[in-house]
Design a protein around this ligand. Sequence first.
Ligand code: ATP
Ligand code: PRP
Length: 212
Amino acid sequence: MITLALAKGRIFEETVPLLAAAGIEPAEDPEKSRKLILGTNRESLRLILVRAADVPTYVQYGAADLGVAGRDLLAEHGGQGLYQPLDLGIACCRMVVAAPEDFDYNAAVRQGARLRVATKYVGTAREHFAAKGVHVDLIHLYGSMELAPLVGLADAIVDLVDTGNTLRANRLRVVEEIMPVSSRLIVNPASLKLQREAIAPIIEAFRKASHG
Ligand code: ATP
Ligand code: PRP
């Protein structure tokens, strides 16, 4: 049995067409079922549903053989114990530093101010600001980072932006780019070694589906 770890929502929805191109169909719709293990039309392939940030952990420990995870979460995880053969080109967005429209971020940085930055991506943010020599106190949040500067919790945030609608709606703007983000196929190296005959064709099917 081969196990593929996916997160409900965006990752699941954007992975389904790639699976379909390989002739793989989930037996159930995760939005309608409370099950965390879903069968597929292939007897030897099952899907497990985990939180997006937990996908790398399941694959690292071999509880899942494969998974789909955003580059944002892989950067935060560190990527140890993971083979990353493919950028799937799905769930595309950017990781940025954003601040209130009326906050002069560049001036604050030039003056060497110590900034409070709220984010879910503490490790990535720490590296980014250290590389730029910007002094920051990081505040770890689990979501809705855009709120933090509006209520005085932080001067700036590190978050994902796609259309920019969430930033605009909260009178924030991008002040620095950190990295482009898309989701990757990740594979447990031991699984690949021991079950190459089953896993290599799945990787190839994802490669074909994601590269047209
Ligand atoms: P959870 O719901 O468990 O807190 P999450 O909010 O990180 O997790 P999603 O919002 O489904 O889960 O995001 C999953 C992945 O999709 C992210 O890790 C990121 O790579 C990508 N992503 C997040 N927001 C966007 C967006 N607005 N547009 C495109 N891709 C996005
Ligand atoms: C993500 C991200 C931003 C928003 C950016 O949140 O955390 O808040 O999308 O997208 P935009 O630039 O197109 O507005 P998401 O919609 O996934 O909500 P959640 O993480 O709180 O579930």
